[in-house]
Design a protein around this ligand. Structure first.
Ligand SMILES: NC(=O)c1ccc[n+]([C@@H]2O[C@H](COP(=O)([O-])OP(=O)(O)OC[C@H]3O[C@@H](n4cnc5c(N)ncnc54)[C@H](O)[C@@H]3O)[C@@H](O)[C@H]2O)c1
Length: 348
């Protein structure tokens, strides 16, 4: 697959957004997040999103000038409204406010409604963990972006609703869990479709409820639906993401009458120093980390990894080798760039 320099991708993404009226600082934040998504191995949440985001700016679903609005700031509570601003910026600003509160009060519980797509939500756990703050969050999609059938159902009723956790670790990479509660993030199906590849069985059903492998059956009319990960367990987690990030945030849960894709977010940030104490937390989390990784390895596996390690390794590898982008996706991005008179970089 063609490889691109991360720095070229950042410039390209920034310039495309600037050409679509996005203020310089915002364009750069979004570009950094998308390219980091590619670097961390999540191409579904990388520069491929330029295609949708440009479309959503045109439709008014993203307001590039929006500012994060604080609706309530009392004690450990933060109630925020993203006012349709880019999720990469709203999520980052909300995280920075929450880290300050967690340091001062021990914890912060926040809701964010009306953010545009938050993208790779684990990025916020990484930011907090880098500052020693632990984090758990649930994300839903207000209205639009309904992709997943309920356990036992055929029709789409839920979004991919990621669950995220970040645990800072002394002298090593943070443990970061960042996962859709669907079997697969929809963006990954989109990539398989772009590459005209089939996917493993068990990820989605077609419009009749039959297991599908050709992504076209998912995007057909009538459409298919993603399945919840791990059956009823992923479904239960996803329902809670809807209720906490959707209903509790004052935004909305998945619904049939809303086309705009935007995210709701329920997040908790805690400073370990206020709970077990920093020293006790560092020592017990390190002991546990080493013990888990010391397990004997099953046949078919090379080693035991902690959540977040695949992304850290992809970052190290892709920072050196470049970011692979399939030709169909690149063709679409290059067409957007050319019509905005932005220079398209060459492969490495
Ligand atoms: N904004 C949104 O609405 C939205 C919706 C859905 C997904 N997403 C994003 O999509 C991205 C991809 O999600 P996904 O569910 O496809 O992720 P994934 O299945 O690739 O990874 C899920 C988690 O499992 C861990 N993991 C993977 N392989 C592992 C292994 N061998 N050993 C130990 N841990 C391992 C990863 O570190 C990660 O924390 C995420 O960044 C998510 O935030 C966003």
């Amino acid at each position: 697959m063609p490889l691109y320099l991360p720095s070229d991708l950042t410039i390209l993404t920034t310039e495309i957004f600037q050409a679509h009226g996005v203020p310089d600082k915002v364009a750069r934040v979004v570009a950094d997040s998308l390219v980091l998504g590619n670097l961390k191995g999540h191409d579904s949440h990388g520069v491929i999103r330029i295609i949708e985001y440009v479309d959503w700016i045109g439709k008014g679903w993203i307001n590039p000038h929006a500012e994060l609005k604080v609706l309530n700031d009392e004690g450990a509570i933060l109630v925020l409204d993203g006012q349709r601003g880019f999720g990469q910026l709203m999520g980052r600003e909300a995280t920075e406010l929450a880290i300050e509160k967690a340091r001062a009060l021990g914890a912060c519980v926040l809701t964010l409604k009306n953010s545009a797509h938050l993208g790779r939500v684990g990025e916020f756990a990484e930011i907090a963990a880098a500052k020693g703050i632990a984090h758990l969050s649930l994300t839903n999609t207000h209205g639009g972006g309904v992709l997943v059938a309920p356990h036992g159902g055929i029709e789409r009723r839920l979004s991919a609703n990621p669950v995220v956790g970040g645990a800072p670790m002394k002298n090593r990479e943070a443990v970061v869990m960042d996962m859709a509660t669907s079997t697969i993030a929809e963006g990954k199906l989109k990539i398989a479709r772009a590459k005209q590849e089939s996917v493993s069985p068990g990820l989605f059903i077609d419009s009749k409820g039959m297991p599908g492998t050709d992504p076209e059956a998912y995007y057909a009319d009538p459409p298919g639906a993603l399945l919840p990960m791990a059956g009823h367990k992923g479904y239960a987690l996803s329902v809670f993401a809807e209720l906490f990030a959707g209903a509790l945030s004052g935004g909305s849960c998945s619904r049939p009458d809303q086309a705009r894709v935007g995210n709701g977010w329920f997040a908790i940030f805690v400073d370990p120093a206020w709970f077990s104490g920093q020293e006790a937390y560092d020592s017990e989390s390190s002991r546990f980390y080493d013990w888990v990784k010391s397990s004997r390895v099953r046949s078919g596996f090379a080693e035991v990894l902690m959540p977040g390690e695949p992304e850290a390794r992809a970052l190290a590898e892709r920072s050196c080798d470049g970011v692979p982008i399939d030709e169909v996706t690149w063709g679409k991005i290059a067409a957007i760039a050319s019509s905005a008179k932005v220079k398209v970089p060459k492969t490495i």
